[in-house]
Design a protein around this ligand. Structure first.
Ligand code: CP
Length: 292
């Protein structure tokens, strides 16, 4: 079963195959082996980019897409996560794209669900398609991964994007650092002071503070955060000539990134979002056994 649950189980070769396929989709490559099949988009947590770019990707490949609305579903009557997923499989869905707030929610599902599952994000654990589109964006910029310096800045401890990227980027030979407020950092990773990161990194990847996953307040105003850890225009001017700015989004203008920096010449944020469609086409192809 070609699930995509996390990137830890994919070899570097498999990851590069997905990126190569995604690049070919940017050039208009056609792949119609899954045409007419049905995919269910089961997002139990809110999403704009992941959910709707999967919908675009699936439709470009000729699949029918069923979109689950948790707020209008029988979850409200107490139906369980497992029974909801099993119901969509019973409808005849050939592929399930799932996001849920529980880390590793898929561990139980894969015992009994008999169609491929693509993980659209599990709690603070994994966000494999986000990391793949990030890698695609970095490779388009630099042509390689080995030796590139990246700082992932902000609410690292609650970020599935950070966790997924740190693992795969380290495996690809990148020099990965974390930075941001001490209370959101984790042991076991290399730390770098934010202003040093700004001037020394090839890539500065900013993260949103995920208030929805916090049990206590940030104890910092938005202005204080922006002053200490925000990528302001003044800081952006101190970045290396060819360095780039990334953010998985949604971003908070005026907090971790200043308004005028979001679409500045160094920013690749909307390019990341654009690449998300092509990466997801490649991942859907893989789920149906499409090889290169
Ligand atoms: N980057 C990301 O996962 O965005 P969404 O939550 O909007 O899908």
């Amino acid at each position: 079963m070609n699930h995509l649950l996390n990137l830890k189980h994919l070899s570097i070769g498999e990851i590069l195959d997905v990126l190569d396929d995604a690049e070919e989709f940017t050039q208009g490559k056609k792949w119609d082996n899954a045409q007419g099949k049905t995919a269910a988009n089961l997002f139990f947590e809110p999403s704009t980019r992941t959910q709707y770019s999967f919908e675009v990707a699936l439709k470009r490949l000729g699949l029918n897409v069923v979109t689950f609305n948790p707020g209008g579903s029988s979850l409200i009557k107490g139906e369980s996560f497992y029974d909801t997923v099993k119901t969509f499989e019973s409808f005849g869905a050939d592929l399930l794209v799932i996001r849920h707030s529980m880390n590793n929610y898929f561990d139980n599902l894969i015992q009994s669900i008999e169609v491929p599952i693509i993980n659209g994000g599990d709690g603070t654990g994994n966000h494999p398609t986000q990391a793949l589109l990030d890698l695609m964006t970095i490779r388009q910029e630099y042509g390689h991964f080995e030796g590139l310096k990246i700082a992932i800045v902000g609410d690292v401890s609650h970020s599935r994007v950070a966790h997924t990227n740190i693992e795969i980027m380290s495996r690809l030979g990148m020099d990965v650092y974390i930075s941001g407020p001490k209370k959101y950092l984790e042991n076991g990773y290399k730390f770098i002071d934010f202003d040093t990161a700004v001037s020394e990194m090839d890539i500065v990847m900013l993260l949103r503070v995920q208030h929805e996953r916090h049990s206590e307040d940030m104890n910092m105003t938005k202005q204080e955060y922006n002053c200490k850890f925000g990528l302001t225009p003044e800081r952006a001017l101190k970045m290396k000539k060819n360095a780039i700015i990334m953010h998985p989004a949604p971003f908070n203008r005026g907090v971790e990134i200043s308004d005028s920096v979001v679409e500045c010449e160094k920013s690749r944020i909307f390019k990341q979002i654009k690449n998300g469609v092509f990466v997801r086409m490649a991942v859907v192809k893989r789920a149906f056994g499409g090889t290169r």
